[in-house]
Design a protein around this ligand. Structure first.
Ligand code: FES
Length: 155
């Protein structure tokens, strides 16, 4: 592990854990710093705190906010709730995969530009099917529309 990475982890430790056992905040800070929860960071932290690494992984896998793999610069989230599903979410996912050249079984493109994720109902059924790119919500999507909307993110 690099010295700078260790220094970051030590500072997280001092802020979050030195005076108590605050695993969630520590993991959030690790993810903010490194983009995802790195295995080596968890192992370092487990050793530093004498807390078993399994406790950290238990938290990481329980909360959807944590990611164990690096994610792309742009996060594309496709709603797969019932209404969006009925209105064509699967075809939209297929079109996005084709547009960003994402192979089956992969979530993030090789160039790290995009990560494709799915969620259940985002609470905007009236504008289904819904795709969210980073913080922007695109309603009433179709394969041609999503291709058009993704263009701006490819540059
Ligand atoms: S099912 Fe997609 S927003 Fe509700």
């Amino acid at each position: 592990m690099e010295k700078t990475q260790e220094a970051v982890l030590e500072s997280i430790y001092q802020k979050c854990t030195a005076n108590g056992d605050n695993i969630i905040t520590a993991l959030q800070q690790m993810q903010n710093e490194f983009g995802y929860v790195q295995e080596e960071a968890v192992n370092w932290y487990a050793e530093r705190t004498n807390i078993p690494a399994s406790r950290f992984y238990g938290v990481v896998t329980f909360y959807a906010q944590f990611h164990l793999q690096p994610r792309g610069k742009n996060i594309i989230t496709v709603c797969q709730g019932t209404v969006c599903h009925v209105k064509g979410a699967t075809r939209i996912i297929e079109k996005i995969r084709e547009d960003i050249k994402l192979k089956e079984g992969q979530k993030t493109t090789k160039d790290m530009k995009f990560t494709l994720e799915t969620v259940n109902c985002v609470g905007a059924c009236s504008i289904a099917p819904v795709v969210i790119v980073n913080d922007k919500v695109f309603g009433k999507q179709s394969p041609p529309k999503i291709t058009q909307n993704l263009k701006a993110y490819k540059e």
